[in-house]
Design a protein around this ligand. Structure first.
Ligand code: GLA
Length: 363
């Protein structure tokens, strides 16, 4: 038996670094996907290859690879730990989700593997409870096995995303609410600018932000920054902790306001919130960089209604809300600005909200 499964990358419309603060975010699944072809083996070996990687990996299911293969082996290990009888597997991976661009290529890989395994074991992928269980397993694979201290936004939207919609995720009560994103009807495009500055989530700054948020919550005597108001934030003596907490509190409010704007079809209001989110990430949360600022500023000057960096930060991608008549002009202008600054030229993709992880074929 051979089963093919796939899962999408994602772009976050707004709500950054809020997931691990029990906060709100509004991501959408991309049309770009990672596909795995799985064949069960009679032994407990994994034999892994990827069209995007020079080196494959082979070893027993309980061994820990260090490379990209850790995302696959991690999901298998966590699902086995979760009580599923996952067999040995031959797995080959292919993907058109750009790697390291802040578009969750790793969550796409994890969720494709989890979905494929669920398909092999006959789990009901129509059942949202099953999908949430798989998302949780993928989050554990990333945090406990690969060791990237991320939240849960990426895996949740990869398992639960809906075509034509963003998902309002609430990490306080695990709420998932689809929010319509009728971009085409509005003559708008969500343009993703990949700065091609590669970020990494396993070391350094992402984890630093996470601990600063935990320190700010501890200093305010609460379990998470979800519980605090701006007046509370002002009580923090430490300037860095105050700015980090202010970003989280204002960003949660911007996510809420974005949902209201989308429900009212008020794209101008949404665009202003995207702009404000970027300023907050640049000045308060300190996760932008020269290339992201340049992409955002130039896109706006060339006709984007609003724009912000998206994802973990320190590189990766920006996202802009752009009238479809202006997309070419925005791309040209941003590329020219990067060339003038002597920077590596950016890549672009259009974020049409796509569907969740699925089994594509069984043969
Ligand atoms: C990365 C992490 C997510 C989230 C974002 C920032 O994508 O994987 O969990 O924290 O950064 O919003």
């Amino acid at each position: 038996m051979t089963l093919v499964a796939s899962a999408p990358g994602r772009v976050n419309l707004i709500g950054e670094h809020t997931d691990y603060n029990r906060g709100l975010c509004l991501p959408l699944a991309l049309p770009q996907r990672t596909t795995v072809t799985l064949t069960p083996r009679p032994d407990l070996l994994l034999r892994l290859t990827s069209a995007q990687e020079d080196e494959g990996w082979e070893g027993p299911v309980d061994e820990r690879p260090r490379s990209w293969a850790a995302y696959v082996a991690g999901v298998v290990a966590v699902l086995r730990d979760d009580g599923l009888e996952v067999p040995g597997l031959d797995a080959s991976v292919d993907s058109d989700v750009p790697l390291g661009a802040g578009l969750s290529s790793s969550a796409a890989l994890e969720c494709a593997v989890a979905t494929g395994v669920a398909g092999l074991l006959g789990l009901d992928l129509e059942d949202p409870v099953v999908r949430r269980r798989l998302a949780r397993a993928c989050i554990r694979a990333e945090t406990e096995y690969v060791g990237a201290p991320t939240g849960g936004m990426d895996q949740t939207v990869a398992m639960l995303g809906r075509p034509g919609h963003a998902l309002l995720l609430d990490f306080d009560d695990d709420g998932v609410s689809p929010v319509g994103l009728p971009l085409e009807d509005a003559g708008l495009v969500l343009l993703v600018v990949d700065t091609r500055v590669r970020h990494t989530l396993t070391g350094g700054s992402y984890g630093d932000r996470r601990s600063e948020c935990a320190d700010a919550a501890a200093a305010l005597g609460v379990a998470s920054l979800r519980e605090v108001s701006l007046a509370d934030v002002d009580r923090l003596d430490d300037d860095i902790l105050r700015r980090r907490a202010r970003h989280i509190v204002t960003e949660n409010a911007r996510v809420r306001d974005s949902v209201v704007a989308l429900e009212a079809g008020d794209w101008t209001a949404l665009a202003a919130l995207l702009d404000a989110s970027h300023v907050s990430m640049r000045d308060d949360f300190d996760i932008s960089c020269r290339e992201l600022d340049l992409a955002v500023e130039t896109a706006r000057a060339a006709g984007a209604l609003g724009a912000r960096m998206t994802g973990g930060g320190f590189g990766g991608s920006a996202v802009g809300l752009v009238p479809n008549t202006t997309v070419d002009e925005v791309r040209r202008t941003v590329t020219a600005a990067f060339a003038d600054a002597g920077l590596r030229l950016p890549a672009y993709l259009v974020a049409i909200p796509g569907g969740a992880a699925r089994v594509d074929s069984v043969g």
